[in-house]
Ligand binder design. Structure first.
Ligand SMILES: Cc1cc2nc3c(=O)[nH]c(=O)nc-3n(C[C@H](O)[C@H](O)[C@H](O)COP(=O)(O)OP(=O)(O)OC[C@H]3O[C@@H](n4cnc5c(N)ncnc54)[C@H](O)[C@@H]3O)c2cc1C
Length: 458
């Protein structure tokens, strides 16, 4: 049986990045992916990554005529009635996912990682001590078992390895169900009037819809994300089109995808195991994007795993624990708090959304900036006083319902409470069980985006 330091299941963006980081340190890495090279990275076409993330993670840049599609630098958030623009600035590169995934694969291979296409994960192998010691996969009709010190689940939403873990192994094995993800429908359209051609991103957070450029300079991508199902998301898009005057367009085609939208497992590591990327629900609560937010954890993991292997230490839950701790510190706490806070905004009516946009509270330029930067939504005393005054004005003038104020104040409190819990994330696995009880209580108080969406429908 062949033995590797690390076996990675899934050779898309997360798996390729982790493989590169480990192989670069001279570690032996096998990456298996069920798809062949013609189909890898084809779950949809265009995805965006901020230019600064290419620099931060030293990622291979896309090239024109291959994986590069377009770039833009400006974005704007608009109210439910299309008013009160909140502009932002971010240099973003749009890429074709299939050729860019292949580029990431070649980048990992050049560093020394081995990638096997058409290799489907079948099961984990356990040693006599009950700890993971390898993987069985099938390829070309053959069943192969390979040994390793660590299995990384980078298999995306199916989370094929994580969901196969026995209860109590150390990482939650929940499947990512319809209420835990956003169904994202992308309409590729061609605008009929040159004055409407798109050079920046426009978003309408009330409907979770957006308009982005696409590779055709006369075209645009009209996107929508919602829980439950692709059809449900289409219904939201219809309401959006009724409310907002979009430029006249011809529909080219529709792509449908899914992205996780729920809290990650409380611990992402166990003996000989780590969950990463979409398989660990590491997407941004602001927009559901997950390519580089996954790399934040993968970068930490590669450092920790590389150092342990260098010292000849086993990749046990205890030794891998700093990955959890450091991830929570760098990104996990802020994302958890954002996720808890945004739920409260779901019950806001279109008129209320427009009112808050107008007065620059709740849906303020500052909120969008913090969300975009992946920061916690902290409401200082000055901001709270202004928010309270605007809420009062809203109630007195009949523009805002009391129940909306209650829900928004509750969600701000929930965001703060979740943040406090994550600030106390245990340094070691000791004390984790107690921490989980606190975390469970804090999340139970928040409710989920899906529940809030259903409640808002009445
Ligand atoms: C429509 C849409 C638009 C999006 N736009 C953006 C964007 O612009 N920017 C952004 O950052 N994020 C975006 N996201 C989110 C982003 O696509 C994901 O967060 C990201 O692709 C996750 O990467 P991953 O490598 O973790 O998983 P995946 O890309 O899902 O890759 C998992 C890999 O595992 C393999 N696999 C699965 N099962 C097995 C098995 N049994 N055996 C072996 N291999 C297996 C699969 O073949 C696949 O190659 C978007 C999502 C959607 C749906």
């Amino acid at each position: 049986m062949k033995h590797y330091d690390v076996i990675i299941v899934g050779a898309a963006t997360t798996g390729s990045y982790f493989a590169h980081q480990l192989a670069e340190q001279g570690r032996s890495v096998l990456v298996i992916d069920a798809l062949d090279p013609e189909r890898i990275g084809t779950k949809y076409d265009i995805y965006h990554v901020a230019k600064r993330d290419f620099d931060r993670f030293r990622l291979p840049l896309p090239e024109k005529e291959e994986d590069w599609a377009f770039e833009f630098t400006d974005n704007v958030n608009l109210s439910a009635f299309g008013n009160w623009p909140k502009p932002g600035h971010e240099h973003v590169i749009g890429m074709h996912m299939h050729p860019h995934t292949l580029r990431m694969n070649r980048w990992a291979q050049a560093a020394g990682a081995e990638i096997l296409y058409g290799a489907r994960f079948e099961r984990l192998e356990y040693g006599p001590d009950g700890k993971i010691r390898g993987v069985t996969y099938t390829r070309g009709g053959k069943t192969v078992t390979a040994g390793c010190g660590l299995v990384a689940d980078c298999s995306g939403i199916p989370s094929v390895v994580r969901t196969s873990l026995p209860d109590g192994y150390g990482v939650e094995n929940f499947p990512i169900g319809p209420e835990d993800m956003f169904y994202v429908n992308l309409r590729y359209v061609k605008y009929q009037d040159p004055k409407d051609y798109v050079r920046r991103n426009r978003s309408w957070p009330y409907y979770k819809t957006w308009e982005a450029p696409q590779m055709d300079p006369e075209g645009a991508i009209l996107g929508v994300g919602a829980n439950f199902s692709a059809e449900y998301a289409d219904g939201v898009f219809e309401r959006f089109e009724e409310a907002i005057d979009l430029p006249r367009y011809t529909l080219q085609y529709i792509e449908r995808g899914r992205t996780p939208y729920r809290r990650p497992p409380y611990s992402m590591v166990a003996d000989g195991f780590i969950a990463m990327g979409d398989a660990a629900c590491l997407t941004k609560p602001s927009c559901g994007e997950g390519v580089t937010s996954a790399m934040v954890q993968a970068e930490i993991a590669a450092e920790v795993v590389g150092a342990l292997l260098k010292l000849g230490k086993p990749l046990t839950r205890e030794n891998l624990w700093p990955i959890n701790r450091r991830y929570v510190e760098v990104q996990g706490r802020a994302f958890a708090s954002q996720l808890a806070t945004v739920v409260g905004a779901v019950g806001t009516s279109a008129g209320e959304n427009d009112f808050f946009f107008r007065h620059d509270v709740i849906f303020s330029a500052e909120t969008f900036r913090a969300m975009g930067e992946g920061k916690e939504l902290a409401f200082g005393p000055g901001e709270m006083a202004r928010t309270a005054a605007v809420m009062l004005l809203g109630v007195v003038t009949g523009k805002v319902r009391i129940k909306t104020i209650r829900s928004l104040l509750k969600s701000m409190g929930d965001g703060g409470a979740v943040s406090k819990v994550y600030a106390d994330y245990p340094e070691t696995p000791e004390g984790f069980d107690e921490w989980v009880k606190r975390a469970d209580a804090a999340w139970a108080a928040c409710g989920s985006m899906a529940e809030a969406a259903k409640a808002a429908e009445g």
